[in-house]
Design a binder for this molecule. Structure first.
Ligand SMILES: [Zn+2]
Length: 287
């Protein structure tokens, strides 16, 4: 992100801006009473300062509106601008979906997604069931507060470093589950594979790989994803409308690696794999 053109924020070492003038001096005729004969001089003085500052500010605005190359041809491009895209420990920031846009995906009403995603998910479950594949939801929408409990509570319990924790759980405010578009899916016939990389061996995963795109779901964290987070074959996100697309595909955001090479992998399991299999508590802590 280029932050050089931030309006209203002249460089620190520039001449004084309006904000640098003591408040008393910004006042005009409503200033505290002074001897009358000084008032005219005061107004004149303040007016002069205001004019000077106004002129300078206008110049600043003019300068900042010019293309950088015209303003400072030899300056490196935004040297102080951080290359950050808002990521925290590899996880992107996400806003919590408004409650009004969420709806239950099943009969118990426990797990919710945004309406568009919930509808697509239910259709997908029905289509899978027609082929005797049982998709079960393990975790859907999560609030930032819920993620906070999961992230910090479990971290303390397990004595994990921030980095260790971030490998298996997104920090609060940085989980795709906040958006109401992401869902962890399991195979109802093989609960032992829930939230485990071994989920990729199930009929449910095979079916999802072949069919999820028809329902606008995609894997968020395929093997060797560019985002650098551990492989999660169970974590799928909806990208079937404008808002979900913008949520996950903003300019400059890295995208998951192509998922075409599935099945060719022969590398040894990473340490994070066993960490994410520890127990069913991971049902609520997965990304
Ligand atoms: Zn997840």
């Amino acid at each position: 992100m280029n932050n050089t053109g931030l309006p209203g924020k002249p460089p620190k070492n520039s001449s004084p801006s309006f904000d640098d003038i003591p408040v008393a001096e910004r006042e005009t005729v409503e200033a505290p009473p002074k001897p009358r004969r000084n008032l005219v001089g005061l107004i004149g003085g303040v007016g002069a300062i205001a004019l000077a500052v106004g002129g300078f500010s206008a110049y600043q605005v003019y300068r900042s509106s010019q293309p950088p190359i015209a303003a400072s041809p030899s300056a490196p491009a935004s040297p102080s601008a951080s290359p950050t895209d808002g990521r925290l420990l590899n996880h992107y920031p996400y806003e919590e979906a408004p409650q009004s846009e969420l709806e239950p995906i099943g009969d118990d009403g426990d797990m919710k997604l945004r309406s568009s995603a919930a509808k697509a998910y239910r259709e997908m479950v029905t289509a899978a069931a027609a082929e005797e594949v049982v998709l079960v939801p393990l975790s859907a929408f999560r609030s930032v507060a819920q993620q906070e409990d999961i992230y910090f509570g479990v971290r303390a319990e397990r004595n994990q470093s921030l980095e260790q924790r971030a490998e298996v759980s997104a920090p609060p405010g940085h989980s795709e589950h906040h958006t109401g578009y992401a869902i962890d899916i399991g195979d109802g016939n093989t609960p032992a594979t829930h939230l485990s990389p071994t989920f990729e061996e199930t009929a449910a995963y095979q079916w999802l790989q072949a069919n999820a795109a028809r329902f606008s779901f995609e894997l968020s964290f395929p093997k060797d994803n560019q985002q650098g987070v551990s492989y999660e074959p169970w974590h799928w996100r909806f990208v079937g409308d404008q808002q979900s697309l913008e949520t996950f595909y903003k300019t400059g955001r890295e995208q998951p690696a192509a998922n075409a090479e599935q099945g060719n992998e022969s590398r040894p399991p990473s340490p994070t794999r066993s960490a994410s299999q520890e127990n069913l508590q991971d049902a609520s802590e997965a990304r």
